[in-house]
Design a protein around this ligand. Structure first.
Ligand code: GDP
Ligand code: MG
Length: 439
């Protein structure tokens, strides 16, 4: 996959004492192959490689003390640039209700994303109305009604036999009367680009004058996704893209191509089926993820969202202040992992090498519980100063939590590894940590 291929290239470059035009060319050839395999659109690959090459052969890289690092920096920056640079905000600054029109093919994730977006906006104290114009499939209307119920958003009831345009007009009236801030309009999709569908969605767009017309597209479709996006962008005045199923997209081609090919920014990414599985899209974080640096910022953000806000702040403060990480924090981390949907969800977000290390630590749900048991059997002093846990204390802790002394030892060494990681994150930031993990 793209991340692995690119991090291989990077590892090689990092080892080079001197970069020359020729080993840069070799590296770029590797990068190009990796992008082709990842199903990135050809024009995008061409521009990307060209940009990197120009900057790499210039003094920006070759003159640097560590040219390998500098080249990685350039690759990172160009990845960010090709995905649109800055994070693109949702623009709902219009006289309310602000309408969001959802467009896209069948199965792209329009209905699911409508529900997720409703939740996201409601978390920001917006009053949201969900409307379904998918009159061809009654089950689709029920699907949206259910999502409304789960999120607590209002749902506009649809009378059978009404046409999409009539529904929209009535829904807008309703939203004005009930002071909704945002109206999300879910529409019908087809399996492929089709005249009737395009006519219908264009008509709705003219009628609704949406603040946002978002094209919803399935990242797993790779280049097909991008071609569909282009076809829609030619007919509809899109304001942005929601890239869904990024969690299932091992290749990453769509994420890299869609902005350049359509000219429209990716505003959100779908990262899980569940209702909180929608995230604002940050090109820089995505670039880090693609390069195998992982999405540590995203992880911290998610921890803040999922766990007790105060607890997260306490941990962050402690990390920042450089105060040493103790077994209480270690236990907190395990508890947060549980809240965040377990190890597998968490591992996906970690940098590749780090996640490998975590897997080697062999942490699964059962072990998490056992770990908590062992830590519970320690005295407060032992938790703060694990160094004092020598043989007799180990025996006492093992007996108290019903495990063997070996297991207590294993826990302590896992804790040591985690403490090292935390220290590195504190002191040198990401770059240092990645270097250390790579060895
Ligand atoms: P629509 O036809 O465009 O309305 O598509 P749906 O919203 O009904 O979604 C189609 C399928 O994709 C459903 O099974 C969703 O649960 C699933 N889905 C949508 N977005 C995501 C996502 O970001 N991640 C994952 N894993 N599944 C998703
Ligand atoms: Mg649908």
């Amino acid at each position: 996959n793209l991340t692995e291929r690119l991090s291989d290239v990077i590892k090689t470059l990092r080892g080079e004492a001197r970069l020359t035009e020729s080993n840069i060319q070799d590296a770029l050839r590797e990068v190009r192959m990796a992008l082709i395999e990842a199903d990135v659109a050809l024009p995008v690959i061409k521009i990307f490689i060209e940009q990197v090459k120009q900057r790499a052969i210039g003094h920006e890289v070759l003159d640097k003390l560590s040219p390998g690092q500098a080249l990685i920096g350039v690759v990172h920056e160009e990845l960010v640039a090709i995905m649109g640079g800055d994070k693109a905000e949702l623009n709902l600054n219009v006289a309310p209700p602000a309408v969001i029109l959802m467009a896209g093919l069948q199965g792209a994730g329009k209905t699911t994303s409508s529900g997720k977006l409703a939740k996201w906006l409601m978390d920001q104290k917006k009053k949201v109305l969900l409307v379904s114009c998918d009159v061809y499939r009654p089950a689709a209307i029920d699907q949206l009604a259910l999502l409304a119920e789960q999120t607590g958003a209002d749902f506009f009831p649809v009378q059978t036999g009404r046409q999409p345009a009539e529904i929209c007009t009535a829904a807008l009236d309703f939203a004005r009367k009930h002071h909704h801030d945002v109206v999300i309009v879910d529409t019908a999709g087809r399996l492929g680009i089709d005249e009737a569908m395009m006519r219908e969605i264009s008509q709705l767009e003219q009628l609704l004058k949406p603040a946002e017309t978002l094209f919803v597209v399935d990242a797993m479709q790779g280049q097909d996704a991008v071609n569909t996006a282009k076809a829609f962008a030619e007919v509809l005045p899109l304001t942005g893209v929601i890239l869904t199923k990024l969690d299932g997209d091992a290749r990453g081609g769509a994420a890299l191509s869609v902005r350049h090919i359509t000219g429209k920014p990716i505003k959100f990414a779908g990262v899980a089926e569940k209702l909180n599985g929608l995230e604002p899209f940050y090109p820089d974080r995505m670039a880090s993820r693609i390069l195998g640096m992982g999405d540590v910022l995203g992880l911290i953000e998610e921890a803040q969202r999922t766990s007790d806000q105060k607890e997260a702040e306490r941990l962050m403060k402690k990390m920042k202040s450089g105060k040493s990480f103790d077994l209480n924090d270690f236990q907190q981390q395990f508890q947060q992992m549980k809240k965040m949907g377990g190890m597998s969800a968490m591992l996906e977000k970690l940098p590749h090498q780090l996640s490998q290390a975590a897997q080697n630590m062999n942490v699964d749900e059962k072990i998490i519980n056992r770990t908590e048991g062992i830590i519970n059997s320690m005295t407060p002093q032992e938790r703060i100063k694990p160094e004092i846990i020598k043989a007799s204390r180990k025996r006492r802790i093992a007996a108290g939590s019903g495990v063997s002394v070996q297991e207590v030892n294993r826990l302590l060494s896992q804790f040591e590894q985690a403490r090292k990681m935390m220290k590195m994150m504190n002191k040198g930031g990401m770059a240092k940590m990645m270097r250390a993990v790579k060895g």
